[in-house]
Design a protein around this ligand. Structure first.
Ligand code: T1G
Length: 648
């Protein structure tokens, strides 16, 4: 039974049980309506509590029912019925109360949560808006500005923040259900506090308008964030029932939209990425102490990611001075997280407390896993891993963060190479969600499973990639850049290509990205590969010309663009250099429309994606979508390049 009713004296306890995440499926909705009616009809019941069995409170409507014929009772009606109850109903929240789950709790007359509970309305991440009263009830409890932030970002609130903002009455100290029963009993005989009847607090309309403008800018073409934010404003302008109707209409329209279908593909793809054939029953190895070799930009970010996820970190550098610099770099990242409010002072101290830095590799011997982020050169890597093989336990896992080298060549020097794999982080490693888990030729199943489990514990998205130059992401990015460079030589200009792709929804165009990363890194690699480059293949020398002219990007104040006083502008010197390169190549330049630029780029990406699938480097098209979305700024609301190409 999806919803059971038990008694605790004069309190009826409704318990939802629908594993794995108590989604508000049809059975749950019908069960709630029936048990609520029974509790309300029973004179010996004076109050009601609503809680969930298993690991979490309701994590939302059942996304698996989307696109199916809708079955009554609909969730808004269930929430309204709870709100209308003449006996007080208390929600007891543990785990994650998300979407329709939080909306159920908002329909209750009071809410209590366990200290580690989280709450949010992440519907925008599925291309929809809350559809069961969330945009109308939430602002009545936490105010308009905070509600706009929560519904337009889909972020979660901790129990502490929820309590401070007025979303929940209290945080349970000890047994959650017992505390909820006490709270429910304290409300017996009082008029239930129906959220829908609470006036929306006054708000600063100018400030909220600015908020919505920022939401639209950040959405880069995605509809749902601004739609959700506007509905919150309407809550302050319309009678409650009309606000609910406006929300429902917006929900029903968006749930049919291409953007929502694409984002639901991404939701399902993320769950699928963790499912690897043959690893279903493979138990990961225990990992608690992690070694990080190289505490430069990448290494420091990786160390912060592991510390934030509760691991003990031993960071090693080549000498004392570098080790000290590495520690300062890590502390600097924490200081920035603190300043931006992403971490509390207590958490910063606790996490840094699990860090130790050394100048001797021998200090890595207690590690369960060691990952390196040293200079991306084969001889540097092989020397390191040959040494590490003699230092750490024979069963300790060794991982490389290489972006372009062949991990199988590195594995050749590793003792017990079955314990070696690639964990390719993206910069900044403590922020970027994507990690390519590189399946080396000899990796043991439980080592691969451990890699995926570690990435999940880091709160990141692991995508398995086979071994080829650049793995999935950089290989496709090379193809994407190649198409862009061809158009550059054929007549387009960097700002035109960037504008076309940003107009399509990319976070940033390739030339602006290149200027941020620095042109010299890829120049060094091109020079390394020049001897083996296929002379039959078209080669565009524009980037080389720019580097020869000292255009290394933002770090030199000029790259594909000019950077003055923090502003980016078109550089006539670059335009002239590009036109000269076309002439040198005997090409008559022509104009490019934005649509053609986007189509050429997508064709290039999809063609490389198909090759990667044919070679078995990626396990499925949706993995490629996830890599481009989470590592290269491809707009999630378009579902990914392979999805756009009709490959599911
Ligand atoms: N419906 C159905 N199945 C769900 C689900 C959902 N809402 N959420 C998760 N699952 C499945 C998931 O597919 C996987 O299944 C298993 O649960 C474990 O998930 C009216 C309309 C809750 C934080 O957007 O964010 O409410 O792959 O691997 O990492 O306004 O899942 O094992 O077969 O992700 O521990 C709004 C979505 C819906 C929350 C758990 N809610 N879920 O994370 O496990 S729209 C959401 C999550 C809505 C109303 C509207 C996470 C999680 P399988 P998992 P996890």
């Amino acid at each position: 039974m999806a919803v059971s009713l038990t008694r605790d004296g004069n309190v009826a306890h409704l318990i939802i049980e629908n594993p794995p995440v108590n989604a508000a499926s049809h059975a749950v909705r019908a069960g709630l309506m029936a048990q609520l009616a029974q509790a309300n009809a029973d004179p010996s019941v004076h109050a009601i509590i609503l809680s969930c069995a298993g690991r979490t409170f309701v994590a939302g409507a059942d996304v698996k029912e989307f696109g199916q014929p809708p079955l009554e009772p609909f969730l808004p009606n269930v929430v309204n019925a709870i709100e209308a109850s003449h006996k007080p109903v208390v929600a007891a929240i543990h785990g994650t109360a998300l979407g329709g789950g939080l909306e159920l709790a908002l329909g209750c007359h009071a809410r209590i949560a366990s200290p580690d509970a989280e709450m949010g309305l992440p519907e925008v991440k599925l291309g929809i808006v809350p559809g069961a009263g969330g945009t109308q009830r939430l602002p009545r409890l936490i105010g308009v500005a905070k509600a706009v932030d929560l519904v337009s970002t889909g972020r979660r609130m901790s129990a502490a923040e929820a309590h401070d903002s007025g979303l929940i009455e209290t945080i349970a100290d000890g047994d959650l259900v017992a505390a909820a029963a006490t709270l429910a009993r304290s409300l017996v005989g009082t008029e239930p506090r129906r959220t829908g009847t609470i006036p929306v607090p006054a708000f600063d309309a100018t400030e909220v308008d600015k908020q919505i403008t920022a939401v639209e800018k950040k959405a880069r073409g995605q509809q749902s964030p601004a739609a959700a934010a506007r509905l919150v404003i309407q809550a302050a302008q319309l009678p409650f029932a009309e606000g609910l109707a406006a929300e429902r209409a917006a929900f029903l329209e968006l749930v049919q939209s291409d953007q929502s279908k694409a984002l639901r593909h991404v939701f399902a793809a993320e769950r699928l990425a963790a499912k690897i054939l043959g690893l279903e029953d493979t138990k990961p190895r225990p990992v608690e102490t992690v070694g990080v070799v190289g505490a430069g930009l990448m290494g420091a970010g990786i160390a912060v990611a592991f510390l934030a996820a509760g691991y003990t970190v031993r960071a090693v550098e080549r000498d004392e001075a570098s080790a000290q610099a590495g520690r300062e770099r890590i502390e600097g990242l924490f200081a920035r997280l603190l300043k931006s409010g992403r971490i509390s002072e207590a958490a910063r101290i606790e996490q840094l407390g699990r860090l130790s830095t050394f100048a001797e590799r021998a200090q890595l011997d207690p590690c369960d896993l060691v990952i390196e982020a040293v200079f991306d050169d084969l001889s540097v890597k092989t020397e390191l891993f040959a040494d590490l093989s003699t230092i750490v336990r024979p069963d300790a896992i060794l991982a490389t963060n290489t972006s372009y080298l062949n991990p199988d060549q590195i594995a050749a020097v590793v003792t017990n190479p079955e314990r070696f794999l690639g964990l390719h982080f993206f910069s900044p490693a403590n922020i970027m969600r994507l990690v390519e888990v590189v399946r080396t030729a000899q990796v043991a199943p439980d080592v691969l499973a451990t890699g995926l489990a570690v990435v999940k514990r880091l709160g990141k998205l692991g995508v398995v990639s086979g071994v080829c130059e650049g793995f999935i992401g950089n290989r496709i990015f090379t193809a994407y850049r190649r198409e862009c460079d061809f158009m550059l030589e054929d007549g387009a200009l960097p700002h035109e290509i960037d504008a076309a792709l940003e107009g399509y929804g990319f976070a940033m165009g390739p030339y602006a990205v290149n200027d941020m990363a620095g042109l010299d890194i890829s120049w060094a690699r091109r020079k390394r590969n020049a001897a083996t480059r296929d002379p039959a293949r078209r080669y565009v020398a524009i980037a080389d010309r720019l580097c020869e002219a000292g255009h290394f990007g933002q770090k030199t104040g000029k790259g594909y663009y000019l950077y003055e006083a923090g502003r980016r502008s078109v550089d006539p010197e670059v335009t002239a250099l590009i036109e000269a390169a076309s002439q040198e190549a005997g090409i008559t330049r022509r104009a490019f429309k934005a649509d053609e630029i986007v189509a050429r780029v997508l064709d290039g990406i999809v063609a490389e994606g198909r090759a990667i699938l044919d070679e078995g480097i990626a396990l499925r098209p949706s993995d490629i979508d996830l890599v481009l979305i989470n590592g290269y700024g491809f707009p999630a609301w378009r579902g990914g390049p392979m999805y756009q190409a009709g490959m599911r």
